[in-house]
Write a protein that binds this ligand. Structure first.
Ligand SMILES: Nc1ncnc2c1ncn2[C@@H]1O[C@H](COP(=O)(O)OP(=O)(O)O)[C@@H](O)[C@H]1O
Ligand SMILES: [Mg+2]
Length: 242
């Protein structure tokens, strides 16, 4: 697909995604205005609740769309040496607080070297994946975040949950824009389908890769990122190489 076609696709999908909550907000506002005297307090409250929910959905969607465009522009990336374990450790409480019934377990290899990445964007990757792991699994189950060395001078971050299986035919699709798997569980939780698209873009722009493995018991997303040995390689050379 050329750039124009994909941009056109993106704009038409975005317009559609924006239109749905906007239409519902306008509809409920119009009903309240035209039928105010006929509505009891409970109905008014219920309509306002829907307006509030749909507004929140719009805000999240707009934020995500802005994140998409930021993640695509590599000039926005600020590469520095970062200790992966401590960068992960400082964002886990944010997700744990949102999902207090899940147990998020950190299993770190303490000997990992620093990696040359954009720290904020790395943390965004971790938050997206850990949030999904909680979102698409039942309460009271474990989510494990494991770091380790990987072959070819890389480090590996694995996020594993005990939730819904991702079938083989969906494994590619979930990384595309606005793509969600249609199931009772995904319908029950809100989402834009942009999270994994953003995550993959961020990982690849930091010279890494992401894969998913899933069966009826466990789902695991693995992020691989290159280690830059700056003692032996000039920094520029290292960036070009990966
Ligand atoms: N850990 C997971 N377990 C099962 N399904 C998942 C998991 N992570 C993502 N998915 C599926 O992939 C889809 C896309 O994920 P994502 O891009 O983050 O969008 P969103 O979470 O907004 O729906 C989700 O709607 C869900 O169907
Ligand atoms: Mg998500």
């Amino acid at each position: 697909m050329d750039k124009n076609t994909s941009q056109h696709d993106f704009i038409s999908t975005v317009s559609h995604e924006l239109r749905t909550p906007l239409t519902s907000i306008r509809g409920f506002a119009q009903t309240m205005l035209s039928s105010w005297d006929m509505l009891d307090d409970d109905s008014k409250k219920q309509f306002l609740k829907i307006i509030e929910e749909q507004s929140n959905r719009l805000i999240k969607l707009v934020e995500n769309i802005l994140t998409v465009s930021k993640s695509q522009n590599t000039e926005n990336y600020v590469f520095k040496n970062v200790e992966p374990n401590s960068a992960i450790k400082s964002v886990i409480p944010i997700i744990q607080q949102q999902y207090p019934e899940h147990k998020i377990i950190m299993d770190f290899n303490k000997n990992l070297p620093e990696i040359f990445i954009d720290k904020d964007k790395f943390q965004q990757i971790i938050m997206n994946l850990v949030e999904n792991a909680c979102k698409y699994s039942n309460e009271k189950t474990d989510v494990i975040v494991k770091t380790d060395f990987a072959p070819n001078n890389k480090i590996s971050i694995k996020i594993t949950d005990e939730g819904v299986e991702i079938k083989d035919e969906d494994k590619q699709r979930i990384f595309e824009k606005f793509s969600r798997i249609d199931s009772p569980l995904t319908r029950a939780v809100q989402g834009s389908g942009l999270g994994l698209y953003i995550t993959k873009t961020l990982v690849e722009n930091m010279n890494g890769s992401i894969i998913v493995e899933s069966n009826s018991e466990k789902t695991m997303f693995e992020v691989l990122l290159p280690v830059c040995d700056i003692e032996n390689q000039a920094r520029e050379k290292c960036i070009q190489k990966h």
